[in-house]
Every structure is written in C-alpha cells, then in structure tokens.
Design a protein around this ligand. Structure first.
Ligand code: SER
Length: 622
C-alpha cells in the first residue's frame, strides 16, 4: 500500500463512521501562539476540546501537517522527523474509550492489514499527586479486543524496570502516557486541556532488539525503551481534564484525540525498517544519493538530516502562511534547518550549486496532490532556499577554517562560539555538532551570554544615525528600510529639495520617518508620495550597493544629512530602474533588499508634527 492509499483508507474508515473530514490547518498557528508551530492534530482544535461547538459536528477526521522542533536531535535514528503528517480522528464529547480502541484496532489490523500478534499497547499508570487513577477501563477494553483475535493479553506494570514479563498491555507513568501540548501535567499552563492516553506499538522483531551499540543494551527491553524493536504508531488521548490553579478539573465533555504518524504506518505497511525508505521519502533519498554519489544506508545520519530538514523547510516556507528564513521566531527555525542541511550536504560531498532546490522539487512532487499549497508556492520556496544556500555557502568554508583553529580547546568558550555565530552565521547546534564530531564541548551558557552582549551592542550602534534606528535585520525590517529610502526620494520629488532626513525608526511592522518640512502635507501630496513609491515598486527597480570614498559619495548623494558623522569610506545605495535612471541614492550602511518588487504595497498611515520644522510619517508595507 502506498502512502496515498493509507491516508485515504484512514479517512474513509472514519467517514463511514459519520466523521466529517476536515482539511489540515496551516503549520503556523493562527490565534493560539503558545507554540511557534502546530505540533499535533490537536492544536487547531483546542477551542473545541475546551467545549466550543465545532461547525462540522462532533466527529472529525483529518491529516494534519505537524512540525516538532524538539525532535531535531532525534533525526538520524530511522524513525524520527521534525515534519510529519498526523492522521487524526476526534470525538468532541461524543464517543469515548470503547469505540475508539475498538475502531483503531480494527482499522490497523483489518484495513491496513497489520499483524495483531505484533501489536502491543500502553495505558496510564495514574498519578496520586494529581488525583487521577490508573486507566483500568482501557485495560479491560484492550483485553476483550485481543481476545477476539485469539490473543491472551496480560496487563503488567513497571516494564521499565522489569521488562516485558510476558505482557501485552503495559502501564506507564505521566512521561509516556499523559498527553497535552505542553507535555506532562506539571508542565501544563493553567487553562490547558490534556489527559491520559493509550498508545499502540508495533513489534519490528527480535532482531531489532538492543543492537550492538545500543545505549539500552544493559537494560531490560520493553515497548517504550527506544532500542529500535518497538515503534509507536498511534496514540488515543482521552482529553478529559483542564489544568486549573488548584489542580485538575474535568472538562465539560469527554473527548477523544487520536493521532497516528502517517510516515510510520507507511513504513510498516511497506515492510521497511526506516521511514526514509518509504514512498514518503524514497525519491528524496534517491536524489541525495545522486547528488552525493553515496549510499543512504552507509551515511544514515547526514542523509536523514538533509531529507528531513529540507522537507520541513519546504513545508514551512510553502505554507499558506509561509515563513522565510530570518533571525527571528519561526524564521530562525527555517534558517537553522536549512543551514544544518547545507553542512550535512557538505559532509556528503555535495558541491553542486543550488542543490537544495533539486531536493525540494522531490518534496513538492511527493505532496503536490495532497497539499497543493506547496506546489502553488514552489517558486517562492526554491527562491528562498537558493538565497539561503548562497548566503550560507559564502561563510561556511571560512567558518569551518576558523573552527579548525579552535581544535586545541577542550571546551569552545562562549566568545569563540559567539564569534562563529556572529561572523559566519553558524547556529549553535551546528557548532555543537561540529564540536561533538571532534571530541570537544561547547560552553552553551557562555554562548548565550556573549550573544546577548553582542546584541545589546549592536542595538546601541543601530540607534545611531547610520542605521537609521534599525532594530534588527529581519526581512520585514529590511524591506521597510528600503522603503524609507524610496520615501525620502518621493518626498523630495513632491515637496522639493528642502526635504532632508531628520530621523528614522523601523520595526518589523512599520517605518517612522522624520524630515524637514514646516507645514502639514495635503492629502493630495500624501497620495502622490504613495503613488510614486508604488510605481517604483511595480517597476521592479534594482538596489545597488557600492563602496566609495566619502568625498566621492558626497558629490553624488545630495541627500546626505549627517555629514560630520560619516567615516572616510562609505557605502552608497542606489535604486535604479531598468533604463539606468536613478530613483534614489543615499549613503547608508544597509542592509537593503535587492529588488523593489519584493516590497509590496506602500501606504502612509499617519502624518504628524515631530518638532519645530520637522514632520513625521508612519507607513507600512503589505
Ligand atoms: N495529540 C496526540 C499526539 O500528538 C494524539 O493526536 O500524539
């Protein structure tokens, strides 16, 4: 069965049982911003689990795009990925344990044809401290289910200490059998729903047990031991509790949240032992084999990092709320994924230019029918990947040379790590990974302290005139910075050469620009300014950067207004149309975007007086 068939069978199974199939939500959360990415099928449904009525009813099923940054370290073990698809079914105060456990077992064994003899399950051990009992109700249901297949299922406890003990049903504590978006009960914020769960595991066979180098080889094997023999393929969460200041209280309705990783189900169904060999990854793996001339099974870690990270980056950039690589929030995750993939690609000897795009094309071809947004946004995805590849490749080799100079240090101190980050753009996990490979350690805390110091310093620097108050180099801020140059030029065109810059402050949301002018601008003037700028945007002018002596720069930049503060060598940024006409020219330290078409629509939101003879405009791009 290929992945499409499995996904479809799952959804059809629940459709036949009166569930409405709902589309996957965006990977980027909408209203709920307690996490940066949607990490489970449950995420977009939280308001309904808390009691709100869902417009599609009480029974829902879906296949949800998920991203778990926490699992980034696990990639490389044949079964973990950061991006995955969660098949889900939902009871919003409708059916409960009896139906759920029976259905999922029927689906797995009869529709997806998994061998019932290889299925093991876990249930909640209970926790006296929070006053929640062990889940004997699920145990009784499971016993019946197995019995119908002729399997005598014993429930046993403390497998983590005593091993399998001939059991089929296992009790585990909070860490394994309690689910909420924030994890265990003590980590849940007030107002968060969660509950005990029952997981389903598949036995890959004795031969996978405690392999040679397994860190578990001196411990008893059990279904949650992570040695590689058992793999979790589904989780039925009984979302019944709400975290309050005083403890847990029952939710108004008893809900079921089932989630099963499509990648893992596909792997098992296709008789593979690595999800990277299932049809959801194989074309990507084959592409990396072609690019590197190496074999996946001989280079598991690097292949999986490249395949997983580029798939995740493709989905995040190509999302309906697409996010570009940057230095902030979600954008920084995208940057880290891409940069780590580039370094692992280098380890594999891939030297071709623009190779990330070739990998991403495979991702798009695997998913375009199911998630059409990544096809629709594919040119944007390729463009962003190429840009990031080009940027990071420039510093990667030099950074690696610098790192090699540090090889005598047992511990890479904070200052050195911060230097690699600031100067060569190495995210901390790349530095750590390189250190581990050469038997070194990194002073992570020192790194964070140094970085903070550096950020404070650059904030101070950027408060000065040269950076025009640019707080950071995030994409939106950079765009608004370029728009500020267009604004000065447009104001001079409309009002005259008496207009000079008097101040500027830019955030990722808006620009604020102060300029010399002793009267209020009329509505027509403001409109004209907007028009001139939007015309420049539409004409897709290029932003050109040149370094020159201050004296030469002053001759050509009539807008220079901080003359005494400039150093002797400066950068001149010019915005030029396709015929070579100069729209704007300013002495500036940057950064700027490279083409005006990236800016979007410019609009003035407000004008006001700033001080005597100085007016202020606030404007946005969208
Ligand atoms: N919320 C549960 C999980 O993510 C089941 O969907 O595992």
């Amino acid at each position: 069965m290929d992945s499409k068939e499995i996904r479809q069978k799952f959804l059809d199974f629940y459709k036949e049982r009166s569930h409405t199939i709902i589309p996957s939500a965006s990977l980027i959360p909408e209203k709920d911003s307690s996490l940066l990415f949607v990490n489970s099928g449950m995420f977009p449904l939280v308001p309904y689990l808390l009691g709100e009525d869902h417009p599609e009813g009480k029974r829902l099923a879906d296949s949800q795009k998920c991203f778990r940054s926490d699992d980034i370290e696990e990639v490389g073990d044949l079964r973990h990925t950061t991006f995955f698809e969660m098949l889900g079914n939902w009871s919003l105060g409708d059916y409960f344990k009896e139906e759920q456990l029976n259905w999922v077992f029927q689906l797995f064994t009869e529709y997806l044809e998994l061998d019932p003899e290889r299925i093991y399950v876990s249930v909640y051990r209970g926790n006296k401290e929070i006053g929640i009992d062990k889940d004997d109700e699920s145990v009784a249901i499971w016993k019946e289910i197995f019995k119908r297949k002729g399997i005598q299922a014993e429930a046993v406890d403390f497998a983590e200490k005593d091993g399998m003990q001939g059991g089929r049903i296992f009790y585990y504590p909070d860490k394994e059998n309690w689910w909420s978006r924030a994890g265990a009960p003590e980590n849940m914020p007030v107002g968060e729903p969660g509950g005990p769960d029952s997981e389903i595991f598949y036995d890959l066979g004795e031969e996978h047990k405690h392999h040679e180098n397994s860190p578990f080889k001196n411990e008893p094997c059990h279904i949650n031991c992570d040695c590689g023999r058992f793999i979790e393929i589904g989780n039925s969460v009984f979302i019944q509790f709400l975290k309050k200041e005083e403890g847990f209280e029952k939710l108004p309705k008893q809900n079921v949240d089932f989630g099963g990783g499509l990648e893992r189900l596909t792997m098992i169904s296709q008789g593979k032992t690595s999800i990277f060999e299932s049809d959801l990854f194989l074309p990507i793996i084959e592409k990396i084999e072609e690019l590197s001339g190496l074999k996946y099974r001989e280079n598991i870690k690097s292949f999986e990092v490249v395949a997983d990270h580029i798939k995740a980056a493709t989905f995040i950039i190509g999302d309906e709320r697409g996010i570009s690589p940057s230095n902030k929030e979600q954008g920084y995750f995208v940057r880290r994924l891409i940069r780590r993939a580039i370094r692992h690609g280098r380890q594999l000897g891939i030297s071709k230019n623009n190779w990330l795009k070739e990998v991403a094309e495979k991702v798009v071809s695997i998913y375009e029918e199911v998630y059409p947004e990544i096809k629709e946004n594919s040119s944007f995805v390729y463009q962003e990947l190429s840009k990031e590849e080009e940027t990071f490749k420039k510093t990667l080799e030099r950074g690696i040379k610098e790192f090699e100079k540090m090889k005598d240090k047992k511990v890479i101190d904070g200052e050195s790590a911060s230097f690699l980050y600031q100067t060569y753009g190495f995210p901390i996990e790349i530095i750590e990974e390189m250190a581990t490979e050469s038997g070194q350690e990194v002073d992570k805390e020192g790194f964070y302290e140094e970085t903070k110091k550096h950020q404070e310093l650059s904030r101070k620097l950027s408060a000065g005139a040269f950076k025009g108050g640019l707080g950071d180099h995030e994409e939106e801020t950079v765009k608004l910075h370029t728009a500020t140059h267009l604004l000065l030029s447009a104001l001079r065109k409309v009002i005259g050469d008496t207009v000079f810059q008097k101040g500027s402050n830019i955030t990722s949301k808006r620009l604020r620009f102060d300029f010399s002018c002793d009267r209020k601008l009329t509505d027509e003037e403001l409109k004209k300014v907007e028009e001139i700028i939007n015309e420049a945007v539409e004409k897709d002018m290029i932003v050109k950067k040149e370094e020159m002596d201050l004296n030469d720069a002053l001759k050509i930049c009539e807008t220079a207004s901080f003359k005494e503060k400039y150093p002797s060598k400066v950068f001149v940024y010019s915005v030029v149309d396709s015929e070579g006409n100069i729209f704007s020219r300013e002495i500036c330290t940057g950064p700027h975007i490279s083409k005006t078409s990236e800016l979007g629509k410019f609009s003035i939101k407000k004008q006001e007086a700033s001080s005597a003879g100085v007016r202020r405009i606030k404007a946005t791009l969208n």
